[in-house]
Design a protein around this ligand. Structure first.
Ligand code: GLC
Length: 427
């Protein structure tokens, strides 16, 4: 029997389906977004495996020849969203943005593979393998310098954590004097207090201009772009995804790919120390231009468990942050440290809780023996959804929704994770 909440979650996915791909929410985000779609595929897989595969296939249809997979796929022009396809000036037969997003596809495809015995579905998942591999190769060619071993983002949107405090110092150095006048469209759909500020938007656009002006030359953007920050979130997610893709290579008998992926994993394990900030006892992002750590504790810091990195000593220090933060807010895990001055319970990635990050945290905690933490983030997310529905994100102080409403990925996380009592059994 479907519960009322299960039914509401399915209805959101179905309502946000635009025929083969799903929008994050109607109105505010009218296109296909990269990591949203992958989480949505996991949600669909709980009741329609064919549709789950299709979501992944349509995303990879927009892959560029060099392996890059864009953060937005523009199948039509929509006046509700800015910056649209003409501002980006990117893509091949399908217009796209010119930056990417955290690569969660390998991990979700592995989970789908393990959960099905249907040969036709397995065949479709196997067909995605070379495409996902090409994307990881692209990351290691253009975003993970071999001598650094961590993933460098070239735009805050590439992290998926758009206005995190982690980008403040690095983004403040970006020259916005040549940004042409523009009109924000996001404010038509959400309260300005819950969105990034205007100066942040100016910087976002200056970075897009740099990419468009060099015709999305990934090498040039990675070496000369105005914003180059080693992102703790993307690094942990890519390291995990490399491990999961290596597991998939193994079951598919892709020995050569397996060897290559083990090389990527070794590079990243070797590099992870670059993101440990001794002064603040935490894994955090680090500006590769200035060398400065962001110095703050975020939900992404705790993805160290999901990536299975960190020494015993580092984990003890993270545990101290957990103790402190779990006392300071009612719900876990906030996207920014509530004891730091820039914490804002409703402003996007500067405080609110995001279900998809909590999902990855729960997996990491469960696997690494922190079962109480896994239970806490799972139950908190479940309770907030039961009480407040499927918003974009949640206030860690009150549990209420922040940002937009009826979000696909929040619904997907209910279906595949926190709405199920047995979620960890298929991990
Ligand atoms: C915002 C989020 C990003 C997400 C997108 C669509 O830009 O920060 O992570 O992919 O919205 O939901």
């Amino acid at each position: 029997m479907l519960s009322t909440v299960d039914k509401a979650a399915r209805d959101i996915l179905i309502a946000n389906d635009r025929g083969g791909y799903t929008v994050p929410t109607a109105g505010m985000y009218p296109y296909q977004w990269n990591w949203d779609s992958v989480f949505v595929a996991l949600g669909f897989s709980t009741f329609d495996l064919d549709r789950a595969c299709q979501e992944l296939e349509t995303l990879f249809d927009a892959q560029w020849e060099d392996g890059f997979v864009p953060h937005i796929v523009f199948r039509q022009d929509d006046p509700d969203y800015f910056p649209g396809p003409s501002v980006w000036g990117a893509g091949g037969k399908i217009p796209t943005s010119g930056i990417t997003q955290p690569p969660v596809a390998a991990s979700i495809v592995l989970r789908l593979w393990r959960a099905t015995s249907d040969d036709a579905i397995k065949g479709r998942l196997a067909a995605l393998f070379p495409k996902i591999l090409a994307w990881h190769q692209w990351f290691h060619a253009f975003r993970v310098p071999k001598d650094l071993g961590v993933a460098v983002i070239t735009h805050p949107w590439e992290s998926g954590r758009d206005n995190s405090v982690e980008w403040d110092a690095a983004a403040a150095t970006v020259d916005v004097s040549r940004v042409e006048p523009y009109q924000r469209r996001d404010l038509m759909h959400a309260d300005a207090a819950m969105r990034p500020t205007n100066i942040e938007y100016d910087r976002y656009l200056a970075m897009v201009d740099f990419g468009r002006q060099c015709d999305w030359d990934h090498k040039k953007i990675a070496t000369e772009g105005p914003f180059r920050v080693a992102d703790v979130g993307l690094t942990m997610i890519l390291l995990r995804a490399n491990r999961d893709l290596a597991a998939l290579a193994e079951v598919l008998g892709e020995a050569e790919a397996g060897t290559e992926l083990r090389g990527f994993i070794a590079d990243m394990i070797g590099g992870i120390g670059y993101l440990w900030d001794n002064a603040n006892s935490v894994f955090c992002s680090r500006d590769t231009i200035s060398g400065d750590h962001s110095g703050v504790v975020t939900n992404a810091s705790f993805l160290a468990y999901y990536a299975n990195v960190g020494t015993n000593d580092q984990r003890e220090k993270l545990a101290a942050h957990w103790q402190r933060i779990s006392k300071a807010t009612k719900f876990m895990f906030p996207s920014h440290d509530p004891d730091e001055g820039r914490f804002d319970a409703v402003r996007y990635w500067r405080g609110p809780i995001w279900a998809v990050v909590n999902y990855m945290l729960a997996i990491g905690f469960q696997e690494q023996g922190e079962e109480k933490w896994a239970q806490r983030v799972t139950e908190d997310t479940r309770n907030m959804i039961q009480k407040f529905g499927f918003p974009e994100a949640f206030s860690p102080v009150t549990g209420e929704g922040t940002g937009g409403k009826n979000f696909s990925w929040t619904a997907a996380m209910w279906l595949a994770w926190c709405g199920r009592s047995d979620w960890y059994r298929d991990e």
